[in-house]
Structures are given as structure tokens and as C-alpha cells.
Ligand binder design. Structure first.
Ligand SMILES: [Fe+2]
Ligand SMILES: [Fe+2]
Length: 191
């Protein structure tokens, strides 16, 4: 969803991803305040959004930053490292009781590192992409990301009873793998 309608200017990839950073922040807050089934459902949406968002960055945006911006190699390595750590933290969360203090503490740590990661992307990567590529290119990339995200499977809806204590998102890594496979199959044409 775009914040404002500007007829002469379609949403570009940076606006799209920064908008998703805000959604991710809001969704962490939703998981933190929700309880029971609602928490399980919100967490499933968070896992799905993170899978789609980070995979789109890894498939579409990081490769461009790696070649296109000064020091891109190191900037992208650092971001990939943070993304791997977040994925591992999600896997650990998946094994926890959603109503436990352990989950609350791990979720808070993950939230802080994911938001820090998003800040680094905006400051060290996206800002430089805007300087390096013209508006048309950035808008085309947004279209690629949207197409890739459409190819990704939709997030599963937890059933009513099973959702309370255990996560029903399925293994986190499988969600990431499915999203990546879908993007490689469905989002690679065009560009
Ligand atoms: Fe990222
Ligand atoms: Fe991001």
C-alpha cells in the first residue's frame, strides 16, 4: 500500500521495502501484546512477512547493492549475516511455548535485532541505491519484488485448537525455502 498517490511517480523498491519495515515493526508489537490464538496467528503472519521480505531483498536488492554501491560487497555480507541470525532466532522461537516468558524474552531480542538490521539497510544500502540507480530502475525493481512476493505461498492460517500453544506456521526454514523457491520460479522473468 502506498502512503500517498503521486500520479507521476509509482512506488519504488526503496519505498516498498521501507514500508515493509514499518509493517514488520507493527507486527512485532502485535505479537508482543496478543495472547493465545491471536498471538499464534500474528506470529504466523510475522514469520511469513519476514520470509517474504528478507527473501525479496536477498533475491532482488542485495545483488544490486553488492555490485552497485561503494563497499557493497561488505555492506551486503553484513546484512546477509544479520538475516541468517534472524532466521536462526525464528527457528528457536518456533520451539518455544508461545505463552512463556522465554518466548517473550527471545521475541524482544529478535525484534531489536531485526529493527536494527532494517535501520542499517536503510542507512547503508537503500540510501546509496537511490543515489546509484535512476527512478525508473527503482520502480521496475519494485514491480519485480511485488511479482516475486505474489509468487510466494500465502501464510497458513492456524487451526483453532492447535494454535494456542504450538506454532502452526510449520518449520520456519521450510517457510523461507518455499518462499525462495516460489520467487526463483515466479519472479525471475523480466529484468
Ligand atoms: Fe533484510
Ligand atoms: Fe529489510
Amino acid at each position: 500500500m502506498s502512503v500517498e498517490d503521486r500520479p507521476e511517480h509509482a512506488e519504488d523498491v526503496i519505498e516498498l521495502l521501507v514500508g515493509q519495515h514499518m509493517l514488520i515493526r507493527d507486527l512485532f508489537a502485535e505479537v508482543q501484546t496478543a495472547t493465545g490464538e491471536h498471538r499464534a496467528e500474528a506470529f504466523a503472519r510475522l514469520v511469513h512477512l519476514l520470509a517474504v521480505h528478507e527473501t525479496a531483498e536477498e533475491e532482488v536488492v542485495h545483488p544490486l547493492a553488492r555490485r552497485g554501491i561503494d563497499g557493497g560487497e561488505q555492506v551486503v555480507e553484513d546484512r546477509l549475516h544479520e538475516e541468517r541470525e534472524a532466521k536462526e532466532a525464528l527457528v528457536r522461537l518456533e520451539g518455544m511455548d508461545l505463552g512463556s516468558e522465554e518466548f517473550d524474552a527471545a521475541l524482544a531480542l529478535l525484534r531489536d535485532s531485526v529493527l536494527q538490521h532494517a535501520h542499517y539497510e536503510e542507512a547503508y544500502e537503500f540510501r546509496h541505491l537511490r543515489g546509484r540507480y535512476d527512478q525508473d530502475r527503482l520502480e521496475t525493481l519494485a514491480a519485480q519484488v511485488r511479482m516475486a512476493e505474489k509468487a510466494a505461498p500465502t501464510h497458513p492460517h492456524p487451526g483453532n485448537e492447535t494454535a494456542v500453544k504450538n506454532l502452526t506456521v510449520g518449520p520456519v526454514l521450510a517457510v523461507f525455502d518455499r518462499v525462495r523457491d516460489a520467487m526463483r520460479g515466479g519472479g525471475s522473468q523480466g529484468g
